[in-house]
Design a binder for this molecule. Structure first.
Ligand code: ADP
Ligand code: MG
Length: 424
């Protein structure tokens, strides 16, 4: 009995080693990985490797010459998701580990790992496009095969009691089933997060569209008026020139509104860049200008001569500011102002966005960022969640002060970039 409980303990520890890096990945890396895309490959290598090495360090002692552990699970998954590069990387990591020198069984375990490394990556492309059911069937199938071949080799080459063999194969298969589900859930969650951000962006664009078209119609109407006027009466040459200039300016204005709006709506692959906060804020405020006008809101800024540089993704930063300032505009029911100020605090840039809108109670402030929390008829309650996400992903901080009936103030602190672009 004590032997059995010993084995169960060792087994549970192994299961823990396989699961633990996945949790760490989910908790600490997912939000960071966009900013350090180069490091993602290293992390994706280190996580299964640490699982494997931990499993090998605390194996289940089968007999004095043979140790069993769950290292095959992360190894198989590594080969399936990462193909040959990851498989060989892990193999090198395993071979350089001193704990490998455990009796004769070592060679058998190593032989099986080598076989997995040669064969399993071939399934990668087919695997990545199959359904969850097929994926679990594949991983469980491979793990049963690899566990049984380990056991068969052990039985053939070294004399081990084959008492527990079936159980170990079962445990490995069950462990694999569990882990595959976990990995797939994790991947779905990452994908969903991106999807939500995209969907909300489209939603915001459609909400802004009415004000944009309204704002484009104004210059068109006045230009049309001018042309009609010039057609009806014979003006002196100078007057005509003046009219034409006004008409051109109006059309330029319309063109700029449309260009800005379209460039915001474009979703392209975004990468980290060194960004001038004032420039990005000014762009966002230009896009929101028609919306503010329609809601009788004025936007005041003080960016002149304030150049602070941060590391971030342009589109994400735009989305963050648009969501925040749009909320400020919407909080104003009658007439009001939104102030956007910039300053710096040591190694941070401070963006202070303040409205004279309806404000919130402390309770409401605390609910901000909860998905689907909205007090608006056509609200989605995703805007603030995305704001929090984006700020967190660039290592920033968001503080909120609000007074019911008076207004709300958002303080965003973002770390300054260490380097400035060369041309500034
Ligand atoms: P939505 O704008 O779609 O309702 P958000 O996540 O952007 O979703 O905002 C959630 C809720 O937070 C809003 O419905 C509103 O009640 C409140 N809120 C956000 N920003 C402000 C603000 N500046 N002033 C007052 N209330 C706000
Ligand atoms: Mg909103």
């Amino acid at each position: 009995v004590s032997r059995l409980s010993e084995i169960i303990k060792e087994l549970l520890l192994n299961v823990f080693f396989v699961i633990f890096p996945l949790f760490v990945y989910q908790m600490f890396w997912i939000d960071k990985k966009r900013n350090y895309p180069k490091w993602d490959r290293v992390v994706i290598f280190l996580f299964p490797l640490s699982s494997i090495l931990l499993c090998m360090s605390f194996p289940i002692t089968f007999s004095s010459s043979f140790h069993f552990d769950l290292r095959q699970i992360p190894f198989i998954l590594g080969c399936l998701y990462g193909g040959y590069p990851l498989g060989f990387g892990l193999l090198i990591g395993i071979s350089s580990y001193p704990f490998l020198l455990y009796g004769q069984g070592v060679y058998i375990n190593f032989l099986v790992i080598c076989l997995i490394c040669l064969v399993v990556p071939l399934l990668k492309s087919k695997f990545s496009s199959s359904s969850l059911r097929k994926k679990t069937m594949t991983t469980v199938g491979i793990s049963i095969l690899s566990a049984s071949s380990t056991m068969i080799f052990a039985y053939l080459f070294i004399d081990i009691p084959h008492l527990f063999s079936a159980q170990f194969i079962g445990v490995q298969a069950f462990g694999m089933w569990l882990i595959t589900y976990l990995v797939e859930t994790l991947r779905t969650n990452i994908r969903l997060k991106d999807e939500i951000i995209k969907a909300e962006k489209i939603n915001v664009i459609s909400q802004l569209a009415a004000s944009i078209s309204h704002e484009v119609r104004n210059p068109l109407t006045s230009t049309k008026g001018l042309i009609q006027l010039m057609n009806q009466y014979d003006f002196p040459e100078e007057k005509k020139k003046e009219f034409l200039k006004i008409a051109m300016d109006e059309l330029d204005q319309a063109q700029k509104i449309i260009t800005d709006f379209l460039s915001m709506a474009k979703t392209k692959q975004d990468k980290t860049d060194i960004l001038n906060v004032a420039e990005e804020l000014r762009y966002v405020i230009d896009v929101l200008c028609p919306y503010a006008k329609m809601n009788a809101v004025e936007i005041h800024t003080d960016f002149i001569g304030k150049n602070y540089w941060i590391d971030g993704e342009k589109q994400k930063l735009h989305q963050c500011f648009i969501n925040l300032i749009k909320n400020c505009i919407e909080s104003i029911t009658d007439k009001g102002t939104v102030h956007v100020k910039l300053s710096n605090l040591q190694d941070q840039v401070l963006i202070d966005i303040r409205d004279t809108g309806c404000g919130m109670t402390l309770d409401e402030v605390q609910r901000l960022g909860t998905p689907y929390y909205s007090t608006k008829d056509n609200g989605t309650g995703l805007g603030m969640m995305i704001v929090f996400n984006i700020i967190k992903s660039i290592n920033g901080q968001l503080d909120i002060e609000s007074k019911k009936g008076k207004g709300t103030r958002f303080f965003i602190k973002l770390p300054l970039a260490l380097t400035k672009p060369l041309d500034s």
